[in-house]
Design a binder for this molecule. Structure first.
Ligand code: C2G
Length: 129
């Protein structure tokens, strides 16, 4: 049994989000997703997500390719989460390339190519203009 873990905000859920989760799921048998909390986003980006953490977790839990969801409350707790969920592989988009290599003693790290031309920020900008 190979367990995959990944993390993200997944605000205004879009096709790029779906594709990374499906590709992550294809790498193993069980996909666990850490959805970043509203507080963590506020600390990181200076704004709250459009969809709150309960809504974002509900959307991710409803996906066929996802087996379990939890709230990611701090970026500093990655190692604890990886150990707690006994993850074999940490998957992130390549916008995070190299950032999580420090965990390579406890699991494999895979960076998947981001889906081009779509992001939550672009969606917000398109709606505004
Ligand atoms: N993603 C993608 N293609 C896109 C947009 C996003 O593959 N066009 C991927 C990102 O690379 C990331 C995941 O989807 O792996 C979630 O993206 P975000 O919601 O932007 O997550 P982020 O704010 O980067 O949070 O601990 C890490 C953070 O929680 C990651």
């Amino acid at each position: 049994m190979i367990t995959i873990i990944t993390f993200g905000t997944f605000d205004l859920f879009h096709y790029g989000h779906l594709r990374i989760l499906e590709r992550a799921s294809d790498l193993g048998d069980k996909l666990i997703v850490g959805v970043s909390s509203d507080m963590l986003n506020f600390a990181k980006k200076g704004r709250r997500p459009i969809c709150n953490e309960h809504e974002r977790m509900k959307i991710i839990s409803a996906l066929k390719c996802v087996n379990e969801v939890f709230l990611e409350e701090s970026l500093e707790l990655k190692e604890e989460y990886i150990k707690k969920y006994r993850a074999d592989i940490l998957v992130m988009g390549d916008d995070w390339k190299g950032k999580f290599d420090c965990f390579n003693k406890i699991c494999d790290i895979v960076y998947l190519e981001r889906t081009p031309s779509i992001s939550t920020t672009e969606i917000i900008e398109m709606i505004k203009t």
